[in-house]
Design a protein around this ligand. Structure first.
Ligand code: CA
Length: 226
């Protein structure tokens, strides 16, 4: 249920807004000062802010400007005069909509709905968390948001594969990446590192096979199988 923050110093206007918005299923908080609204939004972010321009402490414009330093929340301005609207549009201070007083509370509620609907797809297409995140300084790799507990060799091996997706590395190249000299058993050595690495990855995602074996060639990281 979307939460709407109403910042308006006239109780009668706030009341009609609260009534109309709650009638549409929104929850509301009413505040009458710009500073208070900023504090509130920092602590408990609302989904949309209805902001009166003429507030007793700082103006709605100033409130919006300060709000934009830490929040992308949609803002709808309430304006007492048409003349103020030119400033809303002209200043481009990050408002999403505005209404001029006197307004119909039901119209405001409908516009609030429209803005939130417009916002919704943005949330939906938000990029999923990266499959792998490499933190070279802490010698740490996360897989699907979970930190892996890797040996130094496993870390280097996985890092090497991740840095060039789909590239097939020979065992010799991987050994090189580990900074280990090739000796008689090196092929089996790499194979056993890959085996234990795969076991650790499976603890996070049992069905995935991000490290692919290429018979007679070596290994690759395949994002399509991760
Ligand atoms: Ca006012």
């Amino acid at each position: 249920m979307p939460h709407i923050l109403i910042v308006e110093d006239e109780a009668a206007i706030a009341d009609t807004l609260i009534f109309a918005l709650q009638g549409e299923g929104f929850t509301t908080t009413w505040l009458s000062l710009g500073h208070g609204a900023l504090e509130y939004q920092r602590a408990t972010p609302a989904d949309l802010v209805i902001l009166d321009i003429g507030l007793p402490d700082i103006s709605g414009f100033e409130t919006c400007k300060q709000l934009r330093r830490f929040s992308e929340v949609p803002v709808m301005f309430l304006s007492a005069r048409d003349a103020e609207i030119d400033r809303v549009v002209g200043l481009e201070i990050g408002a999403d909509d505005y209404v001029v007083k006197p307004f119909s509370p039901r119209e405001v509620a409908a516009r609030v709905k429209a803005i939130l609907k417009r916002m919704a797809p943005r949330t939906l297409v938000e990029a999923p968390p990266a499959l792998f995140v490499i933190d070279p300084e802490r010698v740490q790799i996360s897989y699907r948001g979970q930190p892996l507990s890797l040996t130094r060799h496993e870390f280097r091996l996985l890092q090497c594969l991740l840095e060039q997706p789909e590239r097939v590395f020979s065992r010799e190249q991987l050994l090189d990446a580990l900074g280990v000299m090739a000796d008689v058993g090196y092929e089996r050595n790499i194979d056993s590192h890959v085996k234990s690495l795969r076991a650790k990855l499976r603890l996070v995602a049992a069905q995935a096979e991000p490290i692919q074996t290429h018979r007679g060639l070596g290994y690759s990281y395949s994002p399509g199988h991760a």
